[in-house]
Structure formats: C-alpha cells, structure tokens
Design a protein. Structure first.
Length: 293
C-alpha cells in the first residue's frame, strides 16, 4: 500500500520514508502493545477461549477483557470498533486493488477498460469492479451458502498475501541486481530499503517456508482425515497462481529476462536528485538533536 501510494506523491523520496516509519509505529501500537495488554488481562484458562469452534465475537480476547472489566456498554464499543476497522480495510482494499488492476491493464494482463484513468487520476473502472465484488459479502446472510462461500473465498485469497509479499521481496532482489549490473549507483534511487537486499532475501525465504508449512497442514491436517476438499480449501490459491503464471508465459511466449537486460527506464519518474539532496541536507541541518538521532 505504501508503494502504491508513493507512485502518486509529488516527492516519494521524502514521503516514502515517513510513511514506512508510520507503518512500523502503527504495527507496534495496534498489534504488539494491544496484544501484550490483552495477554496481561485475559488468563490462558479463560473458558470462552477454550470452546471448540468458537469463531465469533464472544470468543474475542478483547471482548473477554472488556467483560472482565465490567464495562456495560460492551456491544456499542465493539460495534463502533468493528465498523471503523471494516471501513478502513474496505477503503484501503479498493484503493490497492483498483490501482493494481489499472497497472495490469496497462501491461496487457487485464482488459483494457481497466486502464482508464479520469482527470483526477482515479481508475474508475477498477474502483467500480472492486466495489461490486464487495457485494459477495452479503452471501453471509444466507445460512445455506454462508460456510461454503466463506471457505472457498478464503481459500482463493488466504495465501495471496504470501505470494504478494514473496514477489515483492524477490522483485526487489532482482531490481537491485539489475540496477548494479547496468552501472547505476544506490545514490540515484529515490528511496532505499533500510534492511536492503539481505532483508528481502530473509522475507522471501520466510514466505516460502509459510507455503511449505501450509502445504503440510493441508496434506496432513492435525487430528483429521486428509481429503481433496480439505486440501484445496487450505491450499487452492497455490495451484491457481501457478496455473495463471504458466498459462500466461506459454500463451504470450514471454522470456525470462536477465538482470543486465531489464528495462529500468519505462514508467520511471525523472527526479532532480541533486536539488532534492540539497533540500534534504538543508532541512536536516535545522533538525533538533533528538530527531537526528
């Protein structure tokens, strides 16, 4: 999401590091700190946590913590939290999916209509399609199709984030390799990842390990009989992604590009790096000591 948003900013060299630092602090605050507090407030012997198949709001450790505190307005609090969270997720998902769809259309990997951008820079066809797909959420209203629909939609999308992050890490490794082989220096880049190529290799390896672990769980589920339906409900995204990838390579006969032959110029925004660096140095000179540290 940060990378997609950076493409639409005036100065990604300045805005990208700020946005990435905000992501770090948000994850720290909303995940690490909140889960630590819940871990301190909810005992591991809590009966509601130990109920088999209790996948509902009543089994949420956040709800249990509020109930144990004796707060009477629990339903209103949880409803407001869920509404804000759902709106935030929906907003960012439509933004990210529509931009990705527009990029695919520009490269000939999706129908051309999705490449349409209006005067204000919005991919309206992509936004419309992504918004319409949200109507599938109403399948949950029908008890007859609720569980199967959720299971198979989750099967298609559940591992997609693993492929997304794995491909981001691997693309960064390949990009930096091609950048160096074609005679460029790191100073020419608008933004550099703090952990660099090593961080991307670590991220790529961990994503592969997640796919391996998920395959093991899908093939040999703990305490259950293995069957085809159970396997594909846990691992459907993998054969789908592989089939689309191989099908595209065979149909369009696209070659595997070597690092030294990569096109690193098409679509690249030209920046006056000397002026930007001078501006950054002047700005950093005015920073207080704590900010420099």
């Amino acid at each position: 999401m940060v990378g997609l948003a950076a493409a639409e900013t005036a100065n990604p060299r300045k805005s990208l590091p700020t946005a990435i630092k905000q992501v770090f602090w948000r994850i720290t605050l909303f995940y690490i700190v909140s889960l630590t507090l819940v871990g301190l407030l909810v005992p591991y012997t809590e009966p509601d946590l130990l109920q088999p198949g209790s996948a509902n709001a009543a089994a949420s450790p956040f709800v249990i913590a509020i109930q144990n505190a004796g707060i009477d307005v629990l339903p209103s609090i949880m409803n407001s939290i869920i509404m804000v969270a759902v709106l935030s997720v929906g907003n960012s998902s439509v933004y990210g999916a529509s931009r990705t769809l527009a990029a695919l259309a520009e490269q000939g990997q999706a129908p051309k209509i999705f490449a349409y951008i209006d005067r204000r820079g919005r991919p309206m066809a992509g936004i419309a399609l992504c918004s319409l797909l949200g109507l599938f959420g109403y399948l949950s209203v029908n008890p007859a199709v609720q569980r199967p629909a959720f299971t198979w939609m989750l099967a298609l999308s559940g591992l997609s984030s693993i492929f997304t992050w794995g491909s981001i890490c691997f693309a960064h490794v390949r990009f930096r390799r091609g950048w160096a082989l074609q005679g460029h220096s790191l100073d020419e880049l608008a933004f550099r990842s703090q952990p660099g190529v090593i961080g991307s290799w670590i991220g790529f390896v961990f994503n592969v390990l997640v796919l391996v672990a998920q395959f093991w769980v899908a093939m040999w589920p703990v305490g259950e009989e293995s069957n085809a339906e159970g396997f594909f409900s846990a691992y459907l995204a993998v054969p789908v992604v592989i089939a689309f990838y191989i099908g595209y390579k065979l149909y369009y006969k696209t070659p595997f590009v070597r690092a030294k032959d990569m096109d690193l110029r098409t679509g690249r925004r030209e920046l006056n790096l000397e002026a930007l660096l001078a501006e950054e140095r002047a700005e950093k000179a005015t920073w207080p000591m704590w900010k420099k540290m």
